[in-house]
Design a protein around this ligand. Structure first.
Ligand code: ZN
Ligand code: ZN
Length: 850
């Protein structure tokens, strides 16, 4: 990110400068017939299988992938375009550089939007999805990306989702898919449960924005928590944006600490708490249980039952986010029982309060108000003790705390541990607890298991049969897929629509052959997308989820590009499932995506595009007016790819002029390669000034373009082409050999960013084969990059007095002669004594005078 920002401030002025220039000086008459030319090349690429990858040859393989499309009722929008167009440009660049590039596309076709659309319109999700896919495919073809259409896949096809079911069964066999009754997130609007990852920070549904509530339901989970440690460690091995990695680290939320056992007065029950600060144990003034914790029921004294139950009711509907909000006023009630501090035998009251979550740690907390903010707030409100047990350097030890001191320090009021540092105290107290059977060191994670069942229709049926006699019975693998029936009533009723379909739901138990019922739920669509990249290399494969031999050659994905909003959902789930697939022997790699890039967002005049604001840019309007290449170029030119850019209708016409002028230039040199000697390297000394200028510019551009596009810096890459085009005004004054040299290379540099135009130009100058059919790339001539003259800053006593131009690598003596003679400098030297001269070659000549 910092690198990008630096580039922005450095590069944008020149980019904008050229841009303005184009507006002013371009007056080309001739129109580039984009429509004809784009279809011509799209047809050529299809007819000649130019974009099909030889998947048996993985010698110089490069698997580049965008997150596949959610065909949700609308067609491709500008965000899709911004993801796919530039990524294709990068893939094309790699292809020209000699890589065997595999770039597939597919459809993440199950999910809520199609089903909600069906509820609204009565059009079956399957029908609307198929129509959408057909529309989107046509749009994708028009974009001109080099997708290998043989690899196309869609998740709603039984031959695909069969393998979701298979995967479920493998997880089930290993105990990693299980069912339990638990408080879960429920969206009343979508009438389904949501994974924690699908509830936004403000407690609303990621899909529809409705407030999410808590409900106790029996649901299916995948045990992602078993992989917590591996998911953390793997982050160090992949090239992903730091921010995304740290979001995953925080989501997994590893903390090392101590489990402490509190005995309960007059009971055999014990309360286990997890703490990272056992050094504060002497400061415990009460213990808190989450309202749902089963100990609450067991320990509440008879005269407290009514109050506790009332309290439990009042917090039942709150989400975890609301409960843990720092701004929400703390609530809670005592349960009429006491716990015993294992360090000093002190008796402290037990409370129940909703700021403690039952799903984190043990659902019980030792409260240390003196050294924990939330406990401090709670103790203040309910008049519970606040005790100082860690000394804050530079404060009065006797003074009352006005806020919690949460850092480390020296232990005080802690019996024999007084004077011990926190770090040491943590170890000593943990050791003491271990010795006495009252605790032990423990690692805790925030990550919870992945809730994968949904009470909705348009998804993969869960391959489980519930038998009154045998219980949960997995569908035998030979009976897969469990096909999704077409005839259903979509109106959500809090239960999966499949439950009402008698033909589907009633089944014979595979074990006892008695009447049984299928599980009515479907899987979260993130299951579908957690392994799809394995299947692209052979999407029709019948014997397994994917062709292992092919997948071994092609995975992991070398470059993955998609939205940052998937950081703790798709991008985490895929890593988990990848590791599981490795553990059952189907792949040898540890991670799905070696390199990840997030595209930025395109705004419209500074505002986020949204249907409700009516400011959505429809790509089709602009591709019809300017063509796909111009649209793609403009998207890439707008700003740094990872930051995005701001759309302007005027801006795209500037990019259009660049294309027009390029086309016009090539039209003047039709057939130039025929009969002209192909000179691969020019001797600079033999060139005219104009030739030298364009030759140098050409080679600088190759170097610059290569470096920029390789790092997804499309805007600066394109700017370098615009600069080049400006310099080519003198091309008429160059020899035929030089003209051929320049145009051949310019056409190739256009390849990645304006593929149709590039092919056309390449053909116009006299090549008979398609560039992408026979990829080539020219390396730059490094001799042409050397600057002949450099500017030297002349300083007197460190103050800049003049700048002089000298030949590159001039000696100190040679520069000195010029400096002394220079009038502007001379007047600052008059009557002074030179005491020192500092020379930095090619940069500075500083004279120190007295
Ligand atoms: Zn919702
Ligand atoms: Zn049975």
């Amino acid at each position: 990110m910092t690198k990008l920002k630096a580039n922005l401030s450095f590069e944008l002025p020149s980019v904008l400068g050229i841009f303005v220039l184009f507006h002013i000086i371009c007056d080309c008459e001739m129109r580039y017939p984009f429509s004809e030319i784009e279809s011509k090349w799209q047809n050529y690429w299809t007819d000649n299988k130019v974009s099909e990858t030889n998947l048996d040859d993985a010698a110089k393989k490069l698997y580049t992938l965008v997150m596949f499309i959610y065909p949700s009722g609308s067609k491709l929008h500008i965000g899709h375009w911004y993801n796919y167009g530039p990524t294709d440009s990068w893939a094309r660049y790699k292809k020209l550089k000699g890589f065997n590039v595999f770039e597939p596309i597919g459809y993440d076709a199950f999910g809520l939007p199609a089903e909600n659309y069906a509820i609204k319109t009565g059009i079956h999700p399957k029908d609307s999805t198929m129509i959408n896919i057909a529309d989107i495919r046509a749009q994708l073809m028009k974009m001109g990306c080099m997708y290998d259409w043989n690899a196309e896949l869609m998740t709603c096809a039984p031959e695909y989702y069969k393998w979701n079911q298979w995967l479920f069964l493998q997880l089930y066999k290993k105990g990693l898919a299980y069912r339990k009754n638990a408080p879960v997130n429920w969206c009343p609007n979508d009438q389904t449960v949501l994974a924690n990852e699908q509830v936004l920070a403000d407690g609303t549904c990621e899909r529809c924005g409705h407030a999410v509530i808590q409900k106790n339901l029996t649901q299916w989970f995948f045990k992602i928590t078993d992989y917590a440690e591996q998911l953390l460690a793997g982050l160090d091995t992949i090239t992903w944006p730091e921010k995304t990695k740290s979001m995953q680290r925080n989501w997994i939320g590893k903390s090392t600490g101590t489990e402490v056992i509190f005995k309960v007065q007059g009971s055999d029950e014990v309360i286990k708490v997890f703490t990272t600060r056992p050094d504060t144990l002497f400061g415990v003034t009460y213990v808190v249980l989450a309202p749902e914790n089963e100990l609450v029921k067991k320990l509440t004294a008879a005269d407290h039952v009514e109050g506790v139950n009332k309290y439990k009711d009042s917090v039942r509907l709150l989400t975890e986010i609301e409960r843990t909000s720092t701004v929400k006023e703390k609530t809670g009630v005592p349960i009429g029982a006491n716990a015993i501090n294992p360090m000093n035998g002190e008796v402290v009251p037990i409370w129940t309060a909703d700021y403690v979550l039952n799903t984190y740690g043990t659902g019980c907390v030792m409260a240390v108000p003196g050294h924990d903010e939330r406990d401090f707030e709670f103790a203040k409100k309910f008049n519970l003790g606040i005790r100082k047990v860690i000394y804050q350097e530079g404060t009065d030890e006797k003074a009352e705390l006005t806020e919690a001191f949460t850092e480390s320090g020296k232990m005080i009021n802690s019996g024999e541990y007084n004077g011990v540092d926190s770090d040491e105290g943590i170890k000593k107290i943990t050791a003491y607890l271990e010795k006495n059977g009252q605790g032990a060191g423990k690692t805790n994670y925030k990550l919870r298991d992945w809730l994968i069942s949904r009470q909705r229709y348009w998804g993969t049926p869960i391959p489980i049969i519930h038998c009154p006699k045998c219980g949960e019975v997995p569908v035998p693998e030979k009976d897969l897929p469990v096909e999704l029936p077409y005839d259903v009533e979509f109106k959500p009723a809090g239960e999966s629509p499949l439950a009402a379909n008698k033909k589907f739901i009633n089944v014979k138990c595979p074990i006892c052959n008695e009447d049984a019922k299928r599980d009515p739920d479907t899987m979260d669509t993130f299951v579908d997308s957690s392994w799809y990249y394995f299947r692209y290399p052979d999407p029709k494969y019948k014997d397994a989820p994917f062709n292992k031999e092919r997948a071994d050659k092609w995975t992991p994905v070398d470059m993955y590009v998609g939205g940052a909003e998937h950081a703790t959902m798709h991008l985490l789930y895929a890593r988990f499932i990848h590791k599981f697939i490795r553990d059952i022997g189907l792949t040898s790699s540890d991670e799905p995506f070696s390199h990840l890039i997030h595209q930025g967002t395109i705004t419209n005049q500074g505002a986020k595009m949204s249907k409700s604001k009516g400011n959505v840019v429809n790509p089709d309007n602009f591709t019809l007016q300017y063509g796909s290449d111009v649209f793609r170029l403009y998207l890439m030119f707008m700003g740094p790819y990872e930051l995005g850019g701001d759309w302007s209708d005027k801006g795209i016409s500037g990019t259009d002029r660049f294309v027009q002028r390029t086309y016009e230039l090539f039209s003047r040199f039709t057939g130039i390669l025929n009969g002209v000697r192909d000179v691969k390297l020019f001797d600079l000394t033999s060139l005219s000034p104009e030739e030298k200028a364009v030759y140098k510019k050409m080679n600088q551009t190759i170097k610059k373009f290569d470096d920029e596009i390789n790092n997804f810096r499309f805007n600066t890459a394109i700017a370098s082409l615009m600069e080049l085009l400006n310099e080519l005004k003198v091309i008429d004054k160059c020899s035929k050999e030089m003209q051929a040299y320049i145009l051949r290379r310019y056409a190739i540099l256009l390849g990645p960013v304006a593929p149709h135009l590039s092919e056309e130009c390449w053909q116009m100058i006299g090549n008979d084969k398609s560039l992408f059919e026979n990829p080539i790339w020219f390396e730059f001539d490094s001799a042409a990059l050397i600057e002949e003259n450099v500017n030297i800053a002349v300083q007197v006593n460190g103050k800049l007095r003049n700048t002089i131009e000298v030949p590159n690598n001039s000696t100190k003596e040679a520069v000195r002669e010029l400096v002394i003679k220079d009038e502007k400098t001379a007047k600052h030297l008059e009557g002074k004594e030179i005491v020192k001269e500092i020379f930095v070659p090619n940069k500075i000549f500083n004279i120190v005078v007295k």
